[in-house]
Design a protein around this ligand. Structure first.
Ligand SMILES: Nc1ncnc2c1ncn2[C@@H]1O[C@H](COP(=O)(O)OP(=O)(O)OP(=O)(O)O)[C@@H](O)[C@H]1O
Ligand SMILES: Nc1nc2c(ncn2[C@@H]2O[C@H](COP(=O)(O)O)[C@@H](O)[C@H]2O)c(=O)[nH]1
Length: 203
């Protein structure tokens, strides 16, 4: 039976924990999950493509999108804006597709206020030392920016209580399996299905 609505899945966790890596691995498994592309004012990194990795915007463009109500959520993170464009996410959910947002914690808290039925997953590194190693190993930020991201990471981990699930990203394939299990279980939740199935007996 076609589902009435898709799940809104929010995956957050500190920068460098592996959200993007885990989402890429999920994608390769063709789980039919859709992925929201965020907007940001940060400059593209080498190899990043506009409309694929992010929609890259000027500060003025981004602020206009906020004013026009085109963002589901947005946040300032280490000096730049990041946000989730509304149209794609709402369209996918209405069509019955599950959608993942890969966002930081302030944004996740905003989403929880507007979509309390969403599924909120916090991706956790095995340790802070490993988190720093991953950020440094990625080679995309200066040492100063890594320090800033590590400071924010500690604050984000303290807000873990706002989430429904915590998944450790010790190994990518294990984190992917855990997330797939969560999505499967959430899609079988009685409260998400009861209206749809009860309507069968009323036809
Ligand atoms: N389980 C893992 N074990 C070892 N290295 C990992 C693991 N997961 C991701 N990495 C590596 O850690 C680095 C950061 O990963 P990634 O860019 O996916 O993090 P992120 O959470 O998406 O970061 P950001 O929020 O800044 O976009 C990458 O170099 C990636 O290859
Ligand atoms: N609140 C939001 N946070 C987002 C969004 N897209 C990405 N992010 C998070 O920002 C930081 C930094 O990302 P980076 O690409 O510069 O490393 C990281 O935690 C991302 O998850 C968004 O739409 N909204």
């Amino acid at each position: 039976m076609k589902r009435e609505k898709g799940l809104l899945i929010v995956l957050s966790g500190p920068s460098g924990v592996g959200k993007g890596t885990v989402c890429s691995a999920l994608r390769e498994q063709d789980t039919h999950i859709r992925y929201s592309v965020s907007a940001t004012t940060r400059h593209p990194r080498a190899g990043e493509v506009d409309g694929v990795n992010y929609f890259f915007k000027s500060k003025e463009e981004f602020e206009r999108l906020i004013q026009d109500g085109e963002m589901i959520e947005y946040a300032q993170y280490v000096g730049n804006y990041y946000g989730t464009p509304r149209a794609y996410v709402e369209e996918m959910i209405e069509k019955g597709h599950d959608v993942i947002l890969e966002i930081e914690v302030q944004g996740a808290i905003q989403v929880k206020e507007t979509f309390p039925e969403g599924v909120f997953i916090f991706l956790m590194p095995p340790s802070l030392k490993e988190l720093r190693n991953r950020l440094a190993g990625r080679g995309t930020e200066s040492v100063d920016l890594i320090d800033s991201r590590m400071t924010v990471a500690r604050e984000e981990i303290e807000l873990m209580d706002k989430y429904d699930y915590v998944v450790e990203n010790d190994e990518v394939h294990l984190a992917v399996d855990r997330i797939k299990s969560i999505v499967t279980a959430e899609n079988c939740k009685k409260d998400r299905l009861i209206h749809q199935y009860q309507s069968l007996v009323k036809e």
